[in-house]
Design a protein around this ligand. Structure first.
Ligand SMILES: [Zn+2]
Length: 173
């Protein structure tokens, strides 16, 4: 047995840079801008106006033989705790937990179901989540970043599954 008392307590009360986990409710998702395009070869961001990558010179032209530019999720979301509402940003890996598919799959789905993005936002509203937030590492970023997300509701299903059910029902009737 080691009877030494711990020398340091490595938990300063008001330190801001360590990731923090909170329980919250999803209030809304900015469904107008869910994803961004990246080069399918090197995954660097592509400018909106162009399909050619200036980092690796890959052309990203859509044709049946190549998949064209890739999309990744980047989503602003409002969350509420018992004390405040804040807007946070989540990137691809985390957003997939809520959406249940890749950004490309979602984009394809939305092509044939024009209101899919808005509906996805609606079906996710009110979900209880545990999110882990980290402060932006660069000074220009204005939103805390979600580094992990855990839906708390038993029976939670990702948005794409709910959407498929919704639209199937609508097509049948
Ligand atoms: Zn590239």
């Amino acid at each position: 047995m080691n009877s030494d008392e711990p020398k340091t307590r490595k938990r300063p009360m008001l330190k801001n840079d360590a990731p923090t986990s909170i329980m919250c409710t999803l209030v809304a998702i900015d469904h107008t801008n869910l994803c961004y395009r990246v080069c399918s070869a090197c995954e660097k961001t592509l400018p909106d106006s162009s399909d050619s990558c200036r980092y690796c010179s890959f052309s990203n032209i859509s044709n049946p033989c190549s998949s064209g530019p890739k999309r990744l999720f980047r989503i602003l979301m409002s969350i509420a705790t018992d004390t405040k509402v804040s807007v946070v940003i989540m990137f691809d890996r985390v957003a997939r937990v809520l959406f249940g598919c890749s950004a490309d799959e979602f984009f394809d789905f939305a092509k044939t179901h024009p209101h899919a993005a808005m509906t996805a936002g609606r079906v996710l509203e009110g979900e209880m989540l545990t999110v882990t937030l980290s402060n932006p590492s660069n000074g220009n970023a204005q939103h805390q970043r979600v580094v992990s997300i855990v839906p708390l509701r038993t029976g939670f299903q990702p948005a794409i599954e709910t959407l498929r059910e919704l639209y199937r029902i609508r097509c049948v009737s």
